[in-house]
Write a protein that binds this ligand. Sequence first.
Ligand code: GLN
Length: 485
Amino acid sequence: MSNLTYLTAQELRAKIGSGEISAREAVMASLQRINAVEDEIRAFLTVATHEALEQADAIDERRAKGEDLPPLAGVPIALKDNMCTTGIRTTAGSVILGDFIPPYSATVASRLEAAGAILVGKANLDEFAMGSSTENSGFFTSRNPWDTERVPGGSSGGSAAAVAAGEATIALGSDTGGSIRQPAAFCGVVGLKPTYGRVSRYGLIAYASSLDQIGPLGHSVYDCALQLNAIAGHDPLDSTSANIAVPDFTAACGGDVKGLRIGIPKEFFEQGVSAEVAESVQKAIEKLQELGATVEECSLPHTEYALAAYYIIAPAECSSNLARFDGVKYGHRTNELAGHIGLTEKTRDEGFGDEVKQRIMIGTYALSAGYYDAYYKRAQQARTLILRDYLAAFERFDVLATPVVPTPAFKAGEKADPMAMKLADVCTLPINLAGVPAMSVPCGFVSGLPVGLQLIAKHFDEETLFRVGSAYEQATEWHHQHPTL
Ligand code: GLN
């Protein structure tokens, strides 16, 4: 392990800026760490060694010429492999895109490149982001750096594991029902799902378009703010990206929480949350109270419908989004001479895994004539009630605090029943249905495994999350702990 391995992006960037180290040295440290631990962790589907070193040299040349360097210059980053990168294989964790090399980059990838961040690799995920453990990846399961028998969470499990293992300094994930926050909690790093519409999804391989949002993971709240600064803001290429002003999120870090009103929604402690996780979260809330916030219990009464509504809406949207994978223009195509319709059938049968097939079937069923009213329409009505719960709560509170996941990381293979896996998403899914932003911050350990505190704010108020998250972080030591590998 090099002495650069666990530096934050903020620290690494300062060293590069002052000339203490070069961008090449920063990237070499990351690539060497990948070489050393990747057999155990398996966070990456593709490592972009050649491209990363080329980019690092370009940054070093700019510095040599006396140019001002951008905010993330030389910082090694991992991108979840559902974000398109020109010339670098992008699989979405699926065999159907096993050899796909995109002809264009996602807006987030271009913006991070412009901010100087250096892509070291594409991180593993559950196929098309459907899952909570990376066990649904079409290629392999990533491992939790705190205990390699356990999963890193998912679907952005590779991104979280890469940061926690020191392979990349920062990472992007996508979050449709918890896929940034849950792996962040399992791996002991910070993860943020921004407000729906805050970040462009152009070039993100879609799962459920009314829920998907891209966001950052890092060792600190500040590192997430640096990344969100780079990727947030309107993009004419994504009609759902909001055309509203983007503040400097790093400026919100370091503020205090005096007088801040924190609501504790009681429903989030009733859903199979383990006593140890509840205790860690309670202690974190007490810490915020000590720092000057006021704390009061509240209710989000429609929370109990979130899981059922999500698992209708997300499959419905995925069944439509995944219709494009037909073996005609790109991706895997069957070798069998199967005729026009057979070509699509065989290609999809060979290319998709079981979980994806199951969701396409559920989604198609829920959208079909005669069932639409009974399932899809009612799920959308429940979604509206859930959104109203949040709008009402944010009239009284600045932020809500809850657990991220009911338990710490589980063992690979432990949740073989797909229903058990989905039940563990109870604390994260409602946030996507409401479209509000939420952050997972490390708040303790249970039997040596990290636990996360979830902070939730109103639409487009990520600044409050940065303020509360960084105040908590500065008052605690959890984020300084790293796994021994
Ligand atoms: N675990 C949830 C699902 O499988 C959420 C995944 C995600 O956020 N991409 O749908």
